[in-house]
Design a protein around this ligand. Sequence first.
Ligand code: FE2
Length: 250
Amino acid sequence: MENILKIAAQKGMRKPDVSQRTISDMKPVFKNQDVPKSDSVYYTVYRNLEIVGGKIRYDITVIPQKIVGEEFTKTFGHYHAKANPELYEVLDGRAAFLLQKYKTDPSEISEAYIIEASAGDKVVMPPGFGHLSVNIGKEDLALANWIGTGAYDYDLMKNFHGGCYYVLLARQSPGDGGAGADIKFEKNPNYRAVPELKKLKPKDAPGLGIKNGKDDPVLDLKNEPKKLEWLSNYEKYANLLTIENLYQEI
Ligand SMILES: [Fe+2]
């Protein structure tokens, strides 16, 4: 935490609003509901590090490497009440983003995607997608995001004990040395319907000013507010804010 605050001060950013989630706070969305009570910090969000045009803000989320139960550390997950999009960048570490969407009944998921990403990758949450971020690396995961103003809906994730897939540690068999760790995605049985998970990788999206790679940090967009306009006037950009335009299936 010291680190982010120090970097923010050095870069002349705003003093952020810091919020933390403990392991107990996360209990409603864990696969394993028997996790013992704990006040230890699970992840930290630094909000409002930058605010552009009074309505688009830049936050950083730090998700330490930790396995609770058999799950990789993850954010609580939410939908955006206004269905507005969001732009993420991985600053450090290795992430898996789970994106999910329903048509009318939130217990019946119609689309589910996983996007694995590392430093410099940009990941967009298209309008209407619920999402959560998972630290699947060996170190702390730091994510930056730009998002327009609007409320979050956490209840839909809470009601079903998490996202539509759990991201779990799958230990390799002892025969291979036992040191390797692998990832498995398990359907969350609390949903009535969950489609097969599709794996995607981010593409550049020139129409949205998005370029992958470490040379183009999204923080620089604060100097080009026009390139952030799609985060608030997203109806205008509906044809660009599609899974097909933003991602490539792998
Ligand atoms: Fe979000």
